[in-house]
Design a protein around this ligand. Structure first.
Ligand SMILES: [Zn+2]
Length: 487
């Protein structure tokens, strides 16, 4: 960091610290609201209102999604975007205690820490705004309110609406149990629902008059399970049956199965997906039913940007790791007693292969107390994220900060509990600081922006972006409204 950047960063960090209570409160409010993707009305409003009150220009309801928004401050270049998420997960309601206890039985919960995610990005944007306002740096800071990461790939729909077109650089982060730059790839994915329609009949009286939509679902699943042998090894197919009929004595005339189809690159998933559709059509043919295929979302793999990854690593080293208290350690020890016995093996297994030896000695640590070296370049991990789509339209990098004890299972009640208390808050504030000083450095160092953009342009020349979302498709708000009706 140059002396000038250092001085400015110091005042930005002090600003975040002096406002930290406000950010903890916002994070807790979003945690309590725990709104599902595409319906994060109150959470999005809280973030957007806070930005508007601070002088940002806010455009709400972008890309046909009421909970998507873009908040912008400044008029000059470079335009630096920070991606915020705030959607919760179904069925994970949990109090902020180390024992399993839902706040609302069957209700949603922040099992991916997106309350911390969105709020850290908010804090960083507001802090950078203060620096722009003071005249010490030039640039535009944008908060991208990106809904429905978990269920509908909000960012892909926003890209198709053109809201990223003038962005120079994009940064983001994610809560984790480690502190690292996320340099690995994530799988490209299709999120799709197959709705079969048949003919109802008395299941005992005149079954010969029935055409079972549930049979079609079951045959489709069998077909896909055979397909597994003949697809590339890293691809993944998984499904849940979301409608299977009303009673055993009625041949079901409606049945529905929800699939995620994943593969390491968009082109791989684009090749696999039509084969899954063929299986569905085959199942419909066998059962004399009809099938409707509705794409609910899709995300691309990551296009990495090493220039930005290196910048984030340097800023993480400047800020250091979150400091957890005795009470936090105690909470961690208690919640770890609820983890499966082999939790540490599971923890190692989901790391990029090149990172495993480094973390092998972490078994007895409650919290990650280091910023890890950069691991995972060129390695594809099992999950997917719509952050991948954004990485194809603007240079992007992301990092993770420890917001849970090591080994906390993803999308779990244990994760929800920690996202609603001091462990999560400390990670969140640390992430806000990294995002803010990385943005300051970019705004003060045009050659760094140029270098990141050059790397991006060179990569995009070789492989251009193919959106997994088909032309003319719209965000699946109505589908999810009916799915979540009783939740
Ligand atoms: Zn997440």
């Amino acid at each position: 960091m140059t002396k000038n950047v250092f001085k400015l960063s110091k005042s930005v960090l002090e600003w975040i610290e002096s406002n930290q209570e406000k950010f903890i409160e916002i994070s807790n409010d979003i945690w309590s609201l725990a709104e599902l993707g595409l319906f994060e009305e109150e959470s999005a409003k809280l973030l957007a209102d806070t930005l508007e009150e601070a002088g940002f220009t806010v455009e709400r309801g972008v890309a046909d999604m009421p909970t998507a928004f873009v908040a912008s401050y400044g008029t000059e270049d470079p335009v630096i975007a920070i991606l915020g998420e705030y959607d919760a997960l179904p069925g994970l309601s949990q109090v902020a205690e180390p024992i399993k206890q839902p706040r609302k039985e069957g209700g949603p919960g922040h099992g991916c820490g997106h309350n911390l995610f969105g709020t850290a990005c908010l804090a960083a944007c507001l802090a950078v705004k203060e620096a722009i306002k003071s005249g010490k740096i030039k640039g535009t800071i944008r908060f991208y309110g990106t809904p429905a990461e978990e269920n509908a790939d909000g960012k892909g729909w926003m890209i198709n609406a053109g809201v990223f077109d003038d962005v120079h650089i994009c940064l983001t982060w994610h809560p984790w149990d480690l502190n690292f730059v996320i340099a690995n790839n994530f799988q490209a994915m299709y999120n799709v629902v197959f709705q079969f329609k048949g003919q109802a009949a008395h299941a005992a009286g005149d079954p010969f008059n029935g055409r079972s939509a549930l049979d079609a679902v079951e045959l489709m699943n069998v077909g896909c399970n055979y397909l597994r042998e003949h697809m590339i090894p890293d691809a993944r197919i998984h499904y849940v049956i979301t409608k299977g009929g009303q009673a055993p004595n009625i041949v079901p005339d409606k049945a529905e199965v929800w699939y995620y189809v994943r593969a390491p690159r968009v082109e791989d998933v684009k090749a696999l997906y039509p084969r899954v559709v063929k299986v569905a059509e085959g199942a419909a043919l066998m059962t004399e039913t009809q099938v409707d295929v509705t794409l609910l979302g899709g995300s691309a793999n990551m296009l990495p940007n090493e220039t930005l990854e290196n910048l984030l690593h340097e800023k993480m080293m400047d800020i250091g790791v979150p400091e957890f208290s005795e009470e936090d350690l105690d909470f961690a020890r208690q919640i770890r007693q609820t983890f499966p016995e082999n939790f540490f093996d599971n923890f190692l297994a989901v790391l990029p292969q090149d990172a495993r030896p480094f973390f092998e000695s972490f078994k007895d640590k409650e919290f990650c107390d280091v910023i890890s070296p950069i691991f995972g370049r060129g390695i594809t991990m099992g999950g997917s994220t719509d952050v991948g789509d954004v990485s194809w339209v603007t240079p992007l990098a992301q990092f993770a900060i420890a917001c849970t004890t090591i080994g906390t299972p993803g999308h779990s009640w244990q994760s929800v509990a920690q996202a609603g208390m001091t462990i999560g808050h400390k990670g969140m504030l640390c992430a806000a600081k990294v995002l803010a000083i990385a943005t300051i450095e970019l705004m003060q160092t045009p050659e760094l922006v140029e270098k990141a953009r050059h790397e991006f342009e060179e990569k995009i020349k070789k492989t251009s972006f193919q959106s997994p979302l088909p032309d003319g498709a719209r965000p699946p708000i109505e589908y999810y409204r009916s799915l979540y009706k009783n939740k």
